[in-house]
Structures are given as C-alpha cells and as structure tokens.
Write a new protein. Structure first.
Length: 305
C-alpha cells in the first residue's frame, strides 16, 4: 500500500511536536484536541478561501521539528564513513510494503551482559517497537550499538539528513529548534525515527547536557526490522479484521488504523483471558487457537457457550 503524504502534513505535525515539547502537557490527547481546534479556528478566520495548512508566518530560519538524531560517531571497528552525516537524501522515498528484498545481511554488535541488560531496560517502553515479536526485538537489540556522549556534544544537527534512530540510556539531552531550547530527554526516551520514516531533514538539534550513553540503530536496520515488520503486521491484522462481521462497515482507512492499534498477546492452554464480572479493558480478536467461553448463571452454575 503506497500513500502520498498530503502537502502541509509534515509541517503541521512538526509544528505540533515542537509545541508539545515546549508545553509538556499532562494530557496529550486533550492538548492535541485543543491545539488543532484553535488552529482550525485561526485558519478559518484568517485564511478563508485558502487551501492547505497555514501557521503564523515563519522566519527565514524556521525549520520543521522532529526528534531525530544524526551525528558522527565511531563504534569500534566500523568504517569511519559509515555514520558520517547524510546529505541530500530527503528525496528518497521508502515504501516498506513495496520492499520485498530480504537478502540484506543481519547486523550484530557484540554486547556484554551488562550492556544488553541496560539496553533492554532502555527500549522497554519505546512505542515503535511495540509491533515486533520476541525474535524481531532480539534482532533490534543485536543491531544497536552503544555511544558514549560528552557535555556539549551535538548528537544531531537541525537540517541534516538522518542516518540513525537513538534510544537514551543515561544522561540529559537538550532539544533545540532554531537555537531555542524547547525540551529535554532526561535519562530516558528516544529520538530520530521521523527522519528515517519520512525522509525529512532533522528538524531539531540534540545536544548532550551531561556525560551519558545512547544506543543507535542505523537507517537500514531500522527500515528492515521495524518498518517492514510493522507493515507486515498491519497487513495480517487488516485481513483478520476483515473477517469480523461486526467490523464489516469500517472503511479501509479505519480498518488500517485499528490494525495499527492492535497488540498481540499470547496465552497458554488453561490461561484465563477475561473473567465474568470484571470491568472491560479491551476487545479481543482470536488470531489463532481455540478459546472456551463459559458463563456463570445467577444460581452459580457454569455453562459453556
């Protein structure tokens, strides 16, 4: 499936990202609703009859925001030019569903037990890894390499093209947009995925404010492991949802969004998935296997459905 990015969408999302990083709202969904409602009201009153996304007039130095990263670093025994800053690659377009080349060599950086333990803790809550199964997640861990940072070091530079996705292990990293500090990552977080996903230039400069450690995943591995597997997972789940009668009225776009929201859970024989009387916390779709449905009557009898 090949989607065209509508004109103005990248700027819209990047401006919103800058605002989130600056304001640090407690409720992101409510903040987003208010932000876009206000933006729409402003656009309606100021640009009636005009089309496209419009913000207040940017200065000549304004550039889009994106929490990305890209910097010269030299992991042990790697070609020095492998991670030099990329230039003029933003025209490249990557479609994971059209990429059927699975012959690329797997990248593995040896790690000590302590390094692997720290890395596993650092990536535990990274949203973009949610679609990966255990084997794919291990492949991500194998492909990531450690980089130690020093105070004042620029991890990425606004306007550069992105080569790597970064996960914070230790340290504080400031986010600068147009030479203004708009936020920071404090001993946790990740940045760099947007440039790799959408081929847009780095929209922020990330500067190390202390000694620290970050983990990097190169562009090729990120696309091969994360994006391609996410696209495959989406296709499988879209086919699953198409077979559910109660969802027959969904449009293909709605079905795709629902497929992206699904999280796989694995159960063993005899495990209880839900219990009668408990508060509902989600909807379940059976991808494979057999489940038994039992209901307790008012007199206490249990009947299999």
């Amino acid at each position: 499936m090949n989607f065209e990015i509508p004109p103005g969408l990248t700027d819209l999302l990047q401006e919103f990202t800058v605002t989130v990083l600056r304001e640090k709202p407690a409720d992101l969904v409510e903040f987003a609703a208010q932000y876009f409602t206000k933006l729409n009201d402003s656009k309606t009153s100021k640009t009636a009859g005009r089309r496209g996304v419009k913000f207040s007039e940017p200065s000549e130095t304004d550039e889009p925001m994106q929490t990305d990263s890209d910097e010269d670093f030299t992991p042990p025994e790697l070609p020095k030019n492998r991670y030099n800053r990329r230039k003029s690659v933003s025209a490249e377009r990557y479609d994971p569903e059209a990429d059927d080349d699975d012959t690329e060599e797997r990248v593995v950086f040896p790690k000590s037990d302590d390094q692997r333990k720290r890395l596993q803790a650092a990536v535990k809550n990274i949203l973009i890894f949610r679609a990966l199964d255990q084997e794919q997640m291990q492949e991500v861990l194998d492909a990531m390499f450690e980089k130690k940072t020093q105070p004042g070091e620029h991890i990425i530079e606004q306007g550069d093209d992105g080569d790597n996705f970064y996960v914070v292990d230790q340290g504080v990293y400031q986010i600068h947009v147009n030479n203004k500090n708009v936020g920071a990552y404090d001993n946790q977080g990740s940045f760099g995925e947007l440039a790799l996903m959408y081929n847009t230039p780095r929209a922020a400069t990330i500067i190390s404010a202390s000694e620290g450690i970050i983990w990097a995943l190169d562009r090729s591995s990120f696309r091969r492991i994360v994006l391609k597997n996410a696209a495959r997972k989406r296709k499988v789940y879209e086919n699953l949802l198409e077979s559910v009668p109660m969802l027959a009225s969904l449009t293909p776009y709605e079905r795709m969004n629902l497929a992206d929201a699904l999280v796989r859970r694995t159960y063993n024989a005899g495990d209880q998935i839900i219990r009668q009387g408990d508060e509902g916390d989600g909807c379940y779709f059976v991808e494979s296997g057999v489940v038994r449905i039992a209901m307790k009557s008012q007199v206490g009898n249990i009947k299999s459905m």
